[in-house]
Ligand binder design. Structure first.
Ligand SMILES: NC(=O)c1ccc[n+]([C@@H]2O[C@H](COP(=O)([O-])OP(=O)(O)OC[C@H]3O[C@@H](n4cnc5c(N)ncnc54)[C@H](O)[C@@H]3O)[C@@H](O)[C@H]2O)c1
Length: 356
């Protein structure tokens, strides 16, 4: 079991049965009611294991969220708050989020706003959740196609990261998680980037040491800058373009979050090179590795127009400027780079030509 301290939150990586979960339920939350938030798939694949393994959860209330990024919205959150009220949940009770980034983002937000905040624990069940979404205290909802426009910073009490939950995760979702691990490599060290790429090629083997290494990269950045006033912004590498693509296709193509971020990373690496920051060799390495693993969509003119327009509403923008993270080399990222909207048009056009 690996124990990692975050700001006001503990991370435990390893078998949840050997973790502090049982004693926390029995000691800290002994007189609290427990509510487990799942989605339709984690209800099917992960809930029974959790409830049968931990006796204090036998009488827990279960709330099921609908699957799909398009459901990460206020209407569903309101339904959950109503259910919590109906179950008589107080601010001294405990919410347990058992799922991927959708469940931990929404569940964290719901818990943080309910009766001005009640305690919650994250148990991520996707690779993406384990290395990224469940950590760092960003919670939130989408507003229409705009990603995570409503949200608060609020940390869970503990995050239990147990790779056992990955046994039922579909391959496409595993790849999505790998995309965020690749991002950790690109912003932290070329050696980590190479290791993640190798792991992805070797039949997606999840090595716990690599998992912990990626968790530590995110945790270190988050500890230095918990509210994203500065350095934490580098975790958004690939996400300015990635979020716009994800938001645009949310109700149609249904690309995974990681796939959109991977395409965003290829394009933002190209932008880094085009603007004279990243050398050609490094850009070509990123482009060649990532495009073998994640297909770049063939954007039409109308799609490019709509996606680029969405960039003007990205939540990282400041004073009318579109801000982006760009790479100086593999392993070094610069944040708050001001990019003209026309540059994004040119990037999309370049990739459309490359694809044709
Ligand atoms: N808060 C943050 O810092 C942060 C960081 C990165 C991403 N995110 C957010 O996370 C979300 C993406 O997270 P995600 O990729 O985990 O998506 P997700 O939660 O939608 O899960 C992906 C799919 O896998 C299914 N699933 C989950 N666990 C499973 C399991 N063990 N077995 C079988 N199926 C399982 C889900 O039901 C879903 O269909 C996005 O909303 C993104 O914005 C947040």
């Amino acid at each position: 079991m690996k124990y990692i301290q975050s700001n006001n939150c503990k991370l435990e990586v390893g078998s949840i049965e050997k973790s502090s979960f049982n004693s926390i339920l029995k000691e800290t939350y002994t007189s609290s009611k427990c509510v487990i938030i799942v989605d339709e798939n984690t209800k099917e694949n992960c809930l029974e294991y959790l409830i049968t393994s931990f006796e204090p959860l036998h009488g827990a209330e279960v709330i099921v969220l609908p699957v799909g990024e398009e459901n990460k919205d206020l209407e569903i959150a309101v339904n959950v708050w109503e259910a919590l009220t109906e179950y008589g949940i107080t601010r001294y009770d405990l919410i347990i989020n058992l799922g991927g980034g959708l469940v931990t983002d929404m569940g964290g937000f719901i818990a943080s706003c309910y009766k001005r905040g009640c305690d919650y624990i994250n148990i991520p069940t996707t690779l993406l959740g384990m290395v990224d979404a469940s950590l760092g205290g960003k919670t939130g909802l989408n507003l229409g196609p705009y990603k995570n426009q409503i949200g608060v910073f609020s940390e869970p009490k503990v995050v239990y990261i147990d790779p056992i939950f990955l046994r039922t995760l579909p391959d496409v979702e595993l790849r999505s998680g790998f995309a965020e691990m690749i991002k950790h490599g690109l912003i932290h060290s070329e050696q980590l980037f190479d290791k993640v790429i190798d792991a992805m090629h070797s039949s997606h083997k999840i090595d716990e040491t690599l998992l912990v290494e990626c968790i530590r990269v995110k945790n270190k950045i988050v500890r230095e800058d918990p509210k994203e006033d500065g350095k934490r912004k580098i975790l958004n590498f690939g996400h300015t373009i990635g979020h716009a693509i994800e938001g645009y296709y949310m109700r149609s193509q249904g690309y995974t979050h990681g796939h959109c971020v991977a395409v965003g990373m290829i394009m933002e690496a190209y932008l880094s090179h085009k603007l004279g920051m990243l050398n050609e060799q490094s850009y070509l390495k990123i482009q060649s590795e990532l495009s073998q693993l994640f297909e770049i969509p063939s954007f039409t003119d109308d799609e490019i127009f709509a996606i680029v327009k969405m960039l003007s509403n990205d939540k990282k923008n400041k004073g009318g400027a579109i801000l982006c993270c760009l790479l100086e080399e593999i392993g070094t990222c610069k944040y708050d780079c001001v990019i003209e909207i026309g540059e994004f048009d040119q990037v999309f056009s370049y990739f459309r030509q490359l694809n044709s």
